[in-house]
Unconditional design. Structure first.
Length: 113
């Protein structure tokens, strides 16, 4: 698969736009608009969407764990580490997409097929 520059741009945007506050909306819109036009863009937009859904789930679990006495130290660590992990993984994914490479986020629950 040899993606065009336009495909690389859209794939990279599907990752990096989540950092602008367009969080789930950007990869979802890119996925829905481009899914029939480019497998490369679809792959990246789907992966970005799945990862952000996964981060939302992990955050909800951390939030629920906050109310338990036993897990409070782990919750503080997770609450600090999760946004940093999200940021680093989005940057790596954006670089990979812009380079025309495939990327699979680690610890990603793949709900959107």
């Amino acid at each position: 698969m040899n993606p065009t520059n336009e495909e690389k741009l859209w794939a990279a945007l599907s990752h990096v736009l989540v950092l602008t506050g367009a969080w789930l909306l950007a990869p979802l819109i890119i996925y829905l608009v481009k899914k029939d036009r480019s497998a490369f863009i679809t792959e990246h937009a789907r992966e970005s969407l799945n990862f952000q859904i996964s981060v939302l789930i992990y955050g909800a679990v951390l939030g629920a764990a906050f109310f338990t006495i036993v897990l409070i130290p782990l919750v503080y660590l997770g609450a600090f580490a999760l946004p940093i992990f999200d940021l680093v993984m989005v940057i790596v994914a954006t670089i990979k997409a812009a380079s025309g490479e495939s990327w699979r986020y680690p610890l990603c629950i793949r709900l959107v097929k």
